[in-house]
Design a protein around this ligand. Structure first.
Ligand code: FES
Length: 141
């Protein structure tokens, strides 16, 4: 079920209820099983999210090494709180438990890319770069 849910999320940006129901009936998988998996793993979202999902680790190692400051820097840069999406629909900010990259703490993951040994300056540069890359993509269209 995980690859199926990943595909749905990759296509729609989140696990849309209508699509979940259709997948359930088409594949004969109980809807409750799909939601059971979807709610167990933090990689899945049941709500519409931004193009970039920023997940800042607040596990023990990251917490000790400044995860709160990292989250604060991102909140200031994007002007949103945790679990919110920017008005332009580009960024969603989430905090999560251990990413499994403790040796890189403090760490975050944006979509599929892990960033480690973060500082407030570094995280601001990363977000700025993503904004600029996205602006270039929009201008090309
Ligand atoms: S505690 Fe942050 S990656 Fe493990």
């Amino acid at each position: 079920m995980i690859p199926l849910l990943q595909e749905i999320q990759a296509h729609y940006g989140y696990l849309d209820e209508k699509v979940m129901r259709k997948a359930s009936s088409s594949l004969g998988i109980p809807l409750s099983d799909l939601y059971g998996v979807a709610t167990f793993y933090s990689q899945f979202s049941l709500e519409k999210t931004g193009l970039y999902i920023v997940r800042v680790c607040h596990g023990t190692a990251c917490h000790v090494n400044g995860a709160r400051d990292i989250t604060e820097a991102i909140r200031e840069k994007l002007g949103i709180e945790e679990d919110e999406t920017t008005g332009d629909g580009r960024f969603t900010l989430k905090t999560v438990a251990c990413l499994g990259a403790c040796s890189l703490s403090p760490a975050m993951i944006i979509n599929d890319t892990v960033y480690g040994r973060l500082t407030k300056k570094k995280v601001t540069q990363i977000i700025t770069r993503l904004m600029e890359e996205n602006n270039k993509k929009i201008l090309k269209k």
